[in-house]
Design a protein around this ligand. Structure first.
Ligand code: BES
Ligand code: ZN
Ligand code: ZN
Length: 464
């Protein structure tokens, strides 16, 4: 991984930031100009108007600069952020750190000859008095970025390299030696426990389902326990309601919700945050086999509710329903967030840079808004009313897993809410933002984005 240092070093490559100067016609946002000689290459990156800088733009500036010097062949660079520290102190430092680390870490490759990856960044422009605080801020954000990179790796991993069992082994390894307690229930335990919905989806494959509970309870002074639930479908073919060949390519990324939750918990534990968090991850494949669900089937669930399965491709909400029932009934959570690559409808509505949110508690939504801003992520709150709840009423069972062909993001979310038993609930649909074929932001690479990790991290920090 890239390392960030605060001492000065001659590297041959330098990055300078330039604020916008209308008279001189320079410094426009993300504009790159070259200066310096051959053995001392210097690039200037425009940052626009300093007072307009937000976390996303700041991350983009750092990412663009780093990618540019890497393209030139640099193995190390001096990065002068004096323009920012003189105006804003250390306010922008963490976003710069995230931009550097995300841009310079390429997705894991399966090539025979692995790419060599080692890069050093020497940050300049931080005063002696601020050094210690800067070091701490850098290390904190670095731990969150490690969570993002874990999430990216898992989401990028091909379905055959990350089956439910592999995913569970990866999770155990990631939290080994940490303060996070990891409990794993295998397929048999899932069935015994009565998670009929999770079992029904997961039984479609010879790679059986799992249910993982992570407990990080590190604030005994607080009554609050934040519950996190993430969709962990390691491959979603759609089942008998088979996806088309074209839409099949992204199916390995259908565990991005789980990855987001795990990445956030990873960051919280690495930073020794004093919070109480319980995370539940239902993990399975959605395939075609003799034991797969058929459209029209009626299945039970941990809650006891009978579910009419009209579309086998709407599997995420089925497994999340059982996870939701489990977390509110067994883990005493006071608020609950679920996150999933849940609907194609949210992609049509918001594209690849904005996640969809539904929430039944205004204060909780405001906390997420604040967290997302800090994280440099975008979310839009989508409303819902009783007419939408009606859309998932079933004639023959307690609920059905699909509404009409309208407002699919709302009906999917409300299906899950039915299992939250009145606990304050927030739902993040990241079907559009978890994966980019053409990166939207400079700090992304083609593939997994790590969507949700940082916003959830900051949200958990607020709930205590
Ligand atoms: N995992 C998909 C949603 C998805 C779509 C994720 C596109 C990423 C990109 C989910 O399981 C699904 O297939 N949902 C269906 C639900 C429908 C059948 C009610 C959808 O949105 O089409
Ligand atoms: Zn599906
Ligand atoms: Zn799915």
């Amino acid at each position: 991984m890239t390392t960030i240092h605060l001492n000065q070093q001659t590297t041959g490559y330098q990055i300078h930031l330039v604020a916008e100067d209308e008279k001189a016609q320079k410094g426009k946002g993300l504009e790159i100009t070259y200066c310096g000689q051959e053995e001392n290459i210097c690039i200037e990156v425009g940052i626009g108007k300093i007072e307009k800088l937000d976390p996303i733009m700041t991350k983009e500036i750092a990412a663009k600069a780093i990618k540019e010097v890497q393209r030139l062949g640099a193995k190390a660079v001096s990065f002068n952020i004096g323009v920012l520290t003189r105006a804003n102190g250390l306010k922008n430092l963490q976003d710069i750190v995230e931009g550097i680390l995300l841009a310079s870490t390429l997705p894991k490759s399966y090539k025979q000859v692995p790419l060599e990856e080692s890069f050093k960044v020497y940050l300049e422009g931080i005063s002696e008095e601020e050094m210690e605080r800067a070091q701490k801020l850098i290390s904190q954000r670095k731990h969150i970025v490690e969570g993002i990179l874990l999430a990216r790796d898992w989401v990028n991993a091909p379905g055959n390299k990350l089956t439910p069992r592999h995913f569970v082994e990866n999770i155990q390894k990631a939290f080994e030696g940490s303060k996070v307690e990891v409990e794993v229930m295998d397929g048999e335990a899932v069935q015994k426990m009565g998670m009929e919905a999770l079992y029904a989806v997961g039984d479609s494959s010879s790679h059986k389902p799992y249910f993982v509970v992570l407990r990080y309870l590190q604030n005994p002074k607080s009554q609050e326990i934040m519950g996190l639930v993430g969709k962990g479908v390691t491959c979603d073919t759609g089942g008998y309601c088979l996806k088309s060949a074209g839409s099949m390519l992204g199916i390995k990324g259908d565990m991005a919700g789980a990855a987001a939750v795990l990445g956030a918990v990873y960051g919280l534990s690495k930073n020794e945050c004093q919070v109480n968090v319980v995370a539940c991850i239902p993990i399975c494949e959605n395939r075609i086999s003799e034991s797969s669900l058929l459209p029209g089937d009626v299945i039970g669930s941990l809650s006891g509710k009978q579910i009419e399965v009209l579309n086998t491709d709407a599997e995420g909400r089925l497994i999340l329903a059982d996870a939701m029932t489990y977390i509110v009934s067994n883990e005493k959570v006071t608020k609950v967030l679920d996150i999933a690559t849940l609907t194609g409808a949210v992609v049509s509505l918001l594209g690849f840079s904005i996640g969809g949110v539904l929430c039944d508690d205004d204060t909780l939504w405001e906390s997420l808004e604040t967290s997302a801003h800090k994280a440099g992520e975008r979310y839009l709150r989508i409303p819902f009313y009783k007419e939408h709840e009606k859309m998932i009423e079933s004639k023959i069972a307690d609920i059905k897993n699909m509404g009409e062909s309208y407002c699919g993001t709302i009906t999917a979310a409300l299906f899950i809410r039915e299992f939250a038993q009145g606990v304050s609930w927030i739902h993040l649909d990241i079907a559009g933002t978890a994966w980019v074929d053409s990166p939207v932001f400079e700090y992304q690479h083609k593939g997994a984005t790590g969507a949700g990790v940082t916003s959830i991290y900051y949200l958990c920090q607020q709930i205590h």
